[in-house]
Design a protein around this ligand. Structure first.
Ligand SMILES: Cc1cc2nc3c(=O)[nH]c(=O)nc-3n(C[C@H](O)[C@H](O)[C@H](O)COP(=O)(O)O)c2cc1C
Ligand SMILES: CC(C)CC(=O)C(=O)O
Length: 355
């Protein structure tokens, strides 16, 4: 009998057993020598939690409010292309699993399932759309209109990808999507090589004027994803964004940029509550979420582990991954004497040597 998966690492192993090597490499890989990719996870190994004892915190309140909506916990699913590569149900399974737990999903521009069916599956849980800006802005505008009509609640503009990073695993594998894997919310073709398609179609000249442009075509809140420094965070606030996602794209863009957990404190200090600050990259345990909040984030988004759950068991697998994170977060809150997210203050963490 197979042992049940108890950690996100268990799900990672289960997924690897099931996936073909080039697809695994596309999911897992990062840019260049993958130093930043590794640093994202390693940064959490330097965190030391400082519990407060004899402050009963059983059944801690994990709920949080982001952009006026209550999330069951400060945990969401980061946008990732082509969940259909991991499981035929793709994003439908992901959204169902997250929504059943009161958690939000950000759907990628390159989602493999239609945003209308995803919005229906979200059944009232928040659903956001991630945007890549195309050279042909009418493509982006049509995508926004479609998602808005379907019920998407916010737009997440990815700002760290004027060109796609050098993902050497994909280059070596000459990675191609199988013909049946296509972005369900985009028209046209030429999608088989994600790298070549991105190079040809995404707008390399995107600048801050994208934010007022988005405002002119939609009334949805706009977040920017991919900010790593305080000056850029301040520019984002000046541009009037509704939220900032501290992200290095899971180490897939520029190798050599810092781990997101390292970048977070200066950004949170600069933003000073002007808008929500979210983070993604390397979050693999419930207590990692606690560390993100202590260092200034309002919520944390999880990427690859969701694809691992999906590959291992479809909707149930994603549910399993999210349940582990939720239970580990409750565990960490109870054992640190943290009754609600308001109790999570910078003093909860110190930095030490990696475990
Ligand atoms: C397979 C894969 C596809 C991704 N696709 C997108 C995408 O379409 N748009 C985007 O903004 N970020 C994309 N990302 C980056 C994630 O949103 C996120 O920043 C990153 O995966 C978080 O790190 P983690 O995987 O360590 O949790 C992708 C990441 C992976 C692993
Ligand atoms: C299809 C790609 C542009 C999406 C992706 O792999 C990424 O954004 O990391």
């Amino acid at each position: 009998m197979q042992m049940p998966a108890l950690t996100l690492q268990d799900y990672r192993r289960l997924a690897q057993e099931r996936m073909e090597r080039p697809v695994w490499d596309f999911f897992e890989g990062g840019a260049g020598e993958e130093h930043t990719l590794a640093a994202n996870e390693r940064a959490f190994d330097r965190v030391r939690l400082r519990p407060t004892v004899l402050r009963p915190a059983a059944g801690p309140d994990t709920t949080c409010k982001i952009l006026g909506r209550t999330w069951a916990a400060p945990i969401g699913v980061a946008p990732m292309a082509f969940h259909t590569l991991a499981h035929p149900d793709g994003e439908l399974a992901t959204v169902r699993a997250a929504a059943a737990r009161g958690l939000p999903v950000t759907v990628s521009t390159f989602a493999g399932r239609a945003c209308e069916e995803l919005a229906a599956a979200a059944a009232g849980a928040p659903l956001w759309l991630q945007l890549y800006c195309f050279r042909d802005r009418s493509v982006t505008r049509r995508l926004i209109e479609r998602a808005e009509r379907a019920g998407a609640e916010a737009l997440v503009l990815t700002v760290d990808a004027p060109r796609l990073g050098r993902r050497l695993r994909d280059v070596r594998n000459d990675f191609r999507l199988p013909p049946h894997i296509v972005p369900a919310n985009l028209d046209g073709g030429g999608f088989s090589s994600p790298a070549a398609h991105a190079r040809a179609e995404l707008d390399p000249s995107l600048d801050w004027s994208a934010v007022p442009w988005l405002r002119s075509v939609t009334s949805l809140p706009v977040l920017v994803k991919g900010v790593l420094t305080a000056p850029d965070a301040l520019r984002a606030v000046e541009a009037g964004v509704d939220g900032i996602i501290v992200s290095n794209h899971g180490g897939r863009q520029l190798d050599g940029v810092p781990a997101t957990l390292e970048a977070l404190p200066e950004i949170a200090a600069a933003v000073r509550g002007a808008c929500p600050v979210l983070i993604d990259g390397g979050i693999r345990r419930g207590r990692d979420v606690l560390a993100c909040l202590a260092l200034g984030a309002d919520a944390a988004l999880v990427g690859r582990p969701v694809l691992h759950g999906l590959a291992a068991g479809g909707e149930d697998g994603v549910g399993g991954v999210l349940d582990i994170l939720l239970e580990e977060l409750q565990d960490a809150m109870t054992l640190t004497g943290t009754r609600s997210l308001a109790d999570i203050l910078p003093d909860l963490v110190r930095t030490g040597e990696p475990w």
